[in-house]
Ligand binder design. Structure first.
Ligand code: 5GP
Ligand code: ZN
Length: 122
């Protein structure tokens, strides 16, 4: 098994390749630390992914040193929600690990809105 440090960008990582511009994505948001772009398989009328430019494999691998980065990801997400006019509400999802349904091992926040969200999730 190849051991990759959780915070080192990898050419094998789909979202690192999007950050690098090797794979195209419509950046609806970008700042120094993160980008936001539409999910390729939307689960709601608005479904965006907000990711750090730095590779962190999942929220489970975030350390205290990432606190400011995590804060900027969350505040970017709420800013995008305002820009997307999700005034009736929205859901922010961070799938984590196998049981959490994470399929891309680069930390990402899903911003879902434009319809009523059910609870509990599946
Ligand atoms: P996860 O299942 O890890 O929480 O979320 C990964 C998300 O990435 C999925 O919702 C999937 O549709 C999305 N995705 C996978 N490949 C691509 C891609 O190449 N471009 C974009 N924009 N989204 C992708
Ligand atoms: Zn990555």
């Amino acid at each position: 098994m190849k051991i990759t440090p959780s915070n080192v960008a990898s050419s094998d990582c789909l979202f690192c390749r999007i950050v690098a511009g090797d794979i195209s994505a419509n950046r609806v948001y970008e700042d120094e630390f993160c980008i936001g772009f539409p999910d390729i398989n939307p689960q709601a009328p608005t479904h965006l992914l907000i990711i750090p430019k730095q590779h962190i494999s999942s929220i489970a691998k975030a350390e205290a040193e990432h606190a400011a980065l995590l804060g900027s990801l969350m505040s970017a997400t709420t800013k995008i929600a305002r820009d997307e006019n999700l005034s009736k509400g929205y859901r922010i999802v961070v799938n984590t690990g196998d049981d959490g349904g994470q399929t891309v091992n680069h930390l990402h926040l899903h911003l879902l809105g434009g319809r009523h969200m059910n609870w509990p999730p599946g």
